[in-house]
Ligand binder design. Sequence first.
Ligand SMILES: [Zn+2]
Ligand SMILES: [Zn+2]
Length: 304
Amino acid sequence: MEPFRVHILGCGSALPTLKHFPSAQVVEVRGKLFLLDCGEGTQIQLRRSRLRFTKISAVFVTHLHGDHCFGLIGMLSTFGLLGRTAKLTVYAPAELADILQRQIAFFCRDLDYEVEFIAVDTTKQQVVYEDRSLTVESIPLEHRVHCCGYLFREKPSMAHIRRDVADFYEIPISQFNNIKAGADWTTPDGELVPNSRLTEPADAPRSYAYCSDTRYMPTLHERLKGVSTLYHESTYGEDNLPMAEKYFHSTARQAALVAREAGVGQLLLGHYSSRYEREEVLLNEAKEVFENTRLTNEMDVFDV
Ligand SMILES: [Zn+2]
Ligand SMILES: [Zn+2]
């Protein structure tokens, strides 16, 4: 199976600490790199991650709180210093367009690459990006400002050729793509070999949902049915439920409720409030509801 991974660059929340960087992740799908959010220090974390970050082709910003976008202009400037020429596309709520344009005009006059801006309607679940191997959808979230998550879905891949059967019938490689697409094979003697004998089913398409920041949404799971891996913010524990409600954030237990209702494969927690010395408290509260939950930390890499 081709790699589909998430690299955690930052999983803290708004208040800077020595323990965590603010929100940023890289999604790696079939050799392509996409950045999710770009908190302060993202470019430092990209260096640390040893990812070939010049290959990042798009940045998806969830909302315009500083802990999710203060790193953007610095990173764009550095890409310029590094001689980038490939276009970079920024997907974000519409309000960022003007701010970013002014910053680029002032600080990055001589960029040798194009920064394309695509405004995302945060109130709709819709495909905002598509290429040969995947789609990215916006997922409406409920936060203090316009906010959406992003859902990466692999497109179904073709069936696998059974090499032993193909060798037995001496099928030329030139026919493999037809067979992967569903064709049968007829031998020179006229024997029909059905496709089901020639192939094994394709790998089930994987999907990754990134939901940060949001208050608990009792119906969010409907948009996330069967997702392989869900990252859901878990700023607080149950001890701070009133804070979560007041600031439109979620508790770890609430994140786990979404995961359980959606029937996801695994749940990743993050966007931790700096008040938690030990995040295991959050993990334990989530696990009581949804067992396959993991804490994220800077430089962790998760297979979707
Ligand atoms: Zn935040
Ligand atoms: Zn926020």
